[in-house]
Design a protein around this ligand. Structure first.
Ligand code: SF4
Length: 236
């Protein structure tokens, strides 16, 4: 099989806008990763909890995200208590995950907006919206970008959305599924068009696993990679 996209002049990995044809290479990648890493099982949290957890996860690792989450929930068991707290107390509780000042203001801002607009402190009403409306609503919040919105939609509400984190962005670029200059933001749209909706979850999670275990940012282990025969960036 030739490397992805090598047989035409379009951007590597482009989805045909007329037919929405899914590139065969994308499905090969999805299937091989599923064979290697399996079908992931995921935790399902209510959407507001998922939103706050995902804000905490920005620019940090899972361990520190989880420590910040536990501390926040221990100190303020309800969202009402978070809203009533001093912002400095929130920053202190989530300090371990970094960017505490910004993240505390995003969390409190989101809670305030939700409370003002609905009188409640949950995001359950998102499931009554269409995917685009729910996406627009989430990204209208300060500190919520396309990745955070997609995680809430896909993981918590089962509304199809393809989140692109740093691993997904790097690995799909190396595989030639998206072009070199495609931004992470733009990659959300391209990859959502490229994979079938029912595969978003396993592809997203398995690409992250592959990025962590094999296709490392600095030292990709191409000799051990199950995709090296189709990867235009392989080093061996
Ligand atoms: S062959 Fe190398 S660069 Fe390509 S996906 Fe595998 S580890 Fe990454």
């Amino acid at each position: 099989m030739s490397p992805p996209g090598h047989d035409n002049n379009s951007e590597i990995g482009d989805v045909d806008p007329e037919t929405k044809r899914i590139p065969a290479e994308a499905l090969v990648v999805a299937d091989r990763l599923r064979d290697e890493y399996g079908i992931p099982t995921v935790r399902q949290m209510p959407p507001l909890e998922e939103l706050v957890l995902t804000i905490l996860s920005q620019n940090t690792n899972d361990v520190n995200r989880d420590r910040a989450w536990m501390e926040l929930r221990d100190r303020f068991p309800t969202w009402e208590e978070v809203l009533a707290a001093e912002i400095g107390e929130i920053e202190e509780a989530i300090y371990v995950c970094g960017l505490a000042k910004a993240k505390a203001s995003y969390i409190v801002g989101a809670l305030r907006q939700i409370k003002e607009e609905t009188g409640k402190l949950n995001l359950d009403y998102l499931s009554d919206m269409g995917p685009d409306e729910a996406h627009e609503y989430l990204i209208s919040m300060n500190g919520v970008g396309p990745k955070t919105a997609a995680i809430v939609l896909q993981f918590s509400l089962g509304i199809p959305a393809f989140p692109v984190d740093t691993h997904v962005h790097r690995v799909t670029k190396r595989l030639g599924l998206i072009g070199e200059k495609v931004s992470r933001e733009k990659a959300h749209e391209i990859l959502a068009d490229m994979f079938p909706e029912e595969r978003y979850l396993d592809v997203h999670i398995n690409i992250i696993r592959h990025g962590r275990q094999v296709c490392d940012a600095r030292r990709p282990l191409c000799q051990n990679c199950i995709l090296n025969d189709i990867c235009p960036s392989r080093t061996v």
